[in-house]
Design a protein around this ligand. Structure first.
Ligand code: ZN
Length: 419
């Protein structure tokens, strides 16, 4: 009997431990090959039915991007960007929106597409609009027409509303949002049309069971030496399911790092980012959803930078100091349009390409030196494995491993000492 109680207790302990710390996994694919840039982020929920639909959609988008590239092999600077929005409505319902952005050097405007998934976790099924609401079609159509008088095709608008179950939508406790892709109901210059209207008369039950996150972190301050050889470790494109383990590993070697994160993931990796900060690491800005910043116009550029700073400020009460531009691309225009300090690197581990811990280790050890900034990505298992080799070796060689801010401080103090 005792054995059973022990077994059961252990199981509860394990189960509670896991569920309390479980975070949504965001899959990240970031690649740069010749003239092709790919950045894809999507949630992996752990519900087979939903995950497989999302993955099928992502594959389809990737496939059409490659098809397009094959026909236009002379074009360069092609960029595919898929970003997600994930929203839980109570414990039962999920809204997932995937937005595809696709552009190349010769396209006047990027092509955009949106796809939505609304899922009932309890019944393990996708929901259509008629499952959750009966909307006043006439009024909704009229409002959309009034909001976009110059670009709506009235005939197409009528057609999409013939069957409301084909409509792309998401919902909140007090509203419904409809989504229309370019050319679906309007000319392309209107882009994706989003129409959000207040709604509370749902056919489904919405319990008010949202858990509020309470957050508090206490950064630690370390004594740093100005005479020791010093390097800054930096990680781009995260956070991810590997980030926490990387932080634990850094702690083991009394090391810190700067994590240049994507704003889009912040809310889903709240715990991870808290852990990053609590352990004396630094967070930097690596755009909102990894679009190539130098391609964007001023407003879009500002949005990519500001949204990330804002979401980090709001959810973590933390002010970001540094910007690391996506794909390492910097222009005069970019420098002019941001007040943030831009930080690049001088040791590129190529971990995203090598994906081999031994090779990444060898590259770092070959190129490392005092005051170097090392570029890695905390979204690969091979990078985590490589760190298990790199960190003890750097420690053996007497290196102090710090954040970019600390490296800059040390450089400043060294300069003051010389003068
Ligand atoms: Zn990146």
């Amino acid at each position: 009997m005792k054995k059973w109680i022990l077994f059961f207790g252990l199981w509860i302990l394990l189960f509670c431990g896991c569920s309390r710390h479980s975070e949504l996994v965001i899959e990240g694919i970031i690649e740069e090959n010749n003239n092709e840039m790919i950045s894809i982020h999507y949630p992996k929920i752990g519900i087979k039915k939903l995950d497989s639909q999302i993955e099928t959609y992502i594959l389809k988008q990737k496939e059409s991007f490659h098809q397009y590239m094959l026909t236009k092999s002379m074009e360069n600077d092609q960029e595919l960007n898929i970003d997600y929005q994930y929203q839980e409505i109570g414990k039962r319902y999920l809204n997932i929106t995937l937005t595809t952005f696709f552009t190349s050097s010769t396209m006047a405007h990027p092509s955009k597409e949106v796809k939505t998934f609304v899922f009932d976790k309890q019944k393990n099924r996708f929901l259509m609009l008629s499952d959750i609401a009966s909307i006043n079609v006439g009024r909704v159509k009229m409002n959309i027409l009034t909001l976009h008088p110059d670009c709506i095709f009235p005939h197409e608008l009528d057609k999409v509303f013939e069957n409301t179950d084909t409509l792309k939508f998401t919902f909140a406790r007090d509203s419904i949002t409809l989504y229309f892709n370019p050319y679906e109901i309007a000319s392309g210059n209107c882009g994706i049309i989003k129409y959000k209207f207040p709604f509370t008369d749902f056919k489904i039950e919405l319990q008010d069971d949202q858990i509020k996150n309470t957050f508090e972190y206490h950064p630690i301050h370390k004594e740093l030496s100005i005479s020791k050889p010093t390097i800054a470790l930096t990680f781009d494109d995260g956070p991810s399911k590997y980030t926490k383990e990387i932080v634990t590993l850094l702690n083991k070697y009394d090391a810190n790092a700067t994590f240049f994160i994507l704003g889009t993931k912040v809310k889903n990796y709240h715990d991870t980012l808290t852990y990053v900060l609590e352990n004396g690491n630094e967070i930097g800005n690596h755009s909102y959803n990894h679009k190539k910043l130098t391609r964007l116009n001023s407003d879009e550029l500002q949005e990519q930078i500001d949204l990330t700073n804002q979401v980090v400020k709001e959810t973590l009460d933390y002010e970001i100091r540094f910007l690391r531009p996506t794909y390492g691309a910097v222009t005069k225009k970019l420098k002019k349009e941001t007040d943030m300090e831009i930080v690049l690197w001088n040791v590129d581990t190529l971990d995203w390409k090598l994906k081999n811990s031994k090779k990444i280790y060898e590259k770092v050890i070959r190129d490392v030196g005092d005051r170097k900034i090392i570029l890695m990505h905390d979204i690969y298992k091979s990078t985590l494995e490589a760190l298990k080799l790199i960190l003890p070796e750097l420690k053996n060689r007497g290196y102090q491993i710090v954040t970019v801010s600390d490296l800059k401080d040390i450089e400043k103090k060294r300069n003051e000492k010389i003068q």
